[in-house]
Write a protein that binds this ligand. Structure first.
Ligand SMILES: Nc1ncnc2c1ncn2[C@@H]1O[C@H](COP(=O)(O)OP(=O)(O)OP(=O)(O)O)[C@@H](O)[C@H]1O
Length: 339
């Protein structure tokens, strides 16, 4: 899929207030067609509110959003047919058998794929004769997923679909998603997935792109590979009487992308984006011992961003103009002592 194709979702200045509180703040966010994009953020970051505006279920206070090329506030039933929307909770009529849920849902869906429904249901080890009320939470998630995907959506938006699922159900969900995202629709359109989640391990398995929201703002949006390449962690040994504020200033003087610096025991753990080539060398000149570049999981990197109270260093590789934009306006770091 070419990166120049029109985005599946394109939000411009999307903003939402509840009373006087701004919960989504000037969101510029393109969700590329044909890719799986994971939207991350702490509780209350504004993910669900953003998704509801993208789905046309909530009006923005300012700004706008095009979903599959149409203003999200004016999506027709035909437009909506191309969008699958799955939220956590997975409500199903408890008295319906799984097979009846399929029959019921397909009755208002021209593109229904019964084989896909049956395969997904089987993947979650569900007997189609069971009633929804008898299913476990994971199985209910499986039926909702099957019903959503059997409708052959071009755009799939999922809000925390794996919430509360056991590891086996989560694996089934992830495998189903990977399989689904890799296929085109019956009309030959690439499939796009936007997934809000707290499960970073899952993101690593299924997402192409990662977007991070903090306090209503989009802080990072880039490819997963780029994120992992651009963000690094180091451990630097320091003297026990090191002054944290002075050390932080020195760190910021050698790299503008300091995301987090935490004192743990006699080490400072530093998370940095776009570190200059000589960063490790310069750290050595500040250290009172070893400097080590840490092998770091995606979880470590994301948590370093999320653990800040305020949005700090950010990079959004996917702008409307397709160019990289590094926004250091939010670079306000504090060095924390946690010993
Ligand atoms: N209808 C509403 N009225 C008032 N405040 C709301 C409403 N909906 C959401 N909020 C507030 O907006 C903020 C953002 O909520 P939102 O559900 O978008 O966050 P989220 O990132 O999806 O969080 P979570 O990860 O917990 O699902 C929260 O502080 C929430 O309390």
């Amino acid at each position: 899929m070419s990166d120049t194709a029109a985005p599946a979702i394109s939000a411009t200045g999307l903003t939402r207030y509840f009373d006087l509180r701004c919960v989504v703040n000037q969101l510029d966010f393109d969700v590329p067609a044909g890719k799986v994009t994971a939207l991350l953020g702490l509780n209350g970051a504004g993910k669900t509110t953003s998704i509801r505006m993208m789905m046309g279920l909530l009006a923005p206070t300012r700004g706008r959003c095009k979903t599959l090329g149409v203003d999200s506030q004016s999506l027709s039933p035909e437009n909506r047919r191309r969008i699958g929307y799955l939220v956590e909770g997975h409500y199903l009529y408890p008295w319906m058998r799984v097979s009846e849920i399929a029959k019921f849902t397909r009755s208002f869906n021209d593109h229904w794929d019964q084989q896909r429904f049956a395969e997904i249901v089987a993947h979650f080890a569900i007997d189609a004769r069971q009633r929804a009320g008898e299913l476990s939470r994971g199985q209910r998630a499986g039926v909702s997923l099957a019903a959503t995907l059997a409708a052959d959506p071009e755009l799939l938006i999922m809000d925390d679909p794996a919430l509360g699922l056991d590891p086996v159900s989560r694996r089934s969900l992830n495998e189903t998603l990977i399989d689904f995202a890799g296929q085109t629709t019956r009309d030959g359109q690439p499939r796009t997935v936007l997934l809000s989640t707290h499960l970073i391990d899952d993101v690593e398995r299924i997402a192409d792109e990662i977007a991070v929201m903090i306090a209503g703002r989009l802080l990072i949006h880039t490819s997963l590979a780029d994120f992992q390449i651009r963000v690094d962690r180091y451990a630097m040994e320091v003297s026990p009487d090191e002054d944290p504020a002075a050390l932080l200033s020195k760190l910021q003087a050698i790299a503008s992308g300091i995301i987090e610096a935490r004192m743990v025991g006699k080490h400072v753990l530093i998370c940095v984006a776009d570190a200059p080539n000589d960063f490790a060398e310069k750290l050595k000149s500040l250290a009172h011992g070893d400097v080590e570049r840490l092998t770091t999981s995606l979880d470590d990197l994301v948590v370093a961003y999320l653990s800040r109270e305020r949005a700090e260093h950010s990079f959004v590789t996917r702008t409307h103009h397709g160019k990289d934009c590094i926004d250091n306006d939010f670079l306000v770091s504090t060095l924390e002592r946690s010993r």
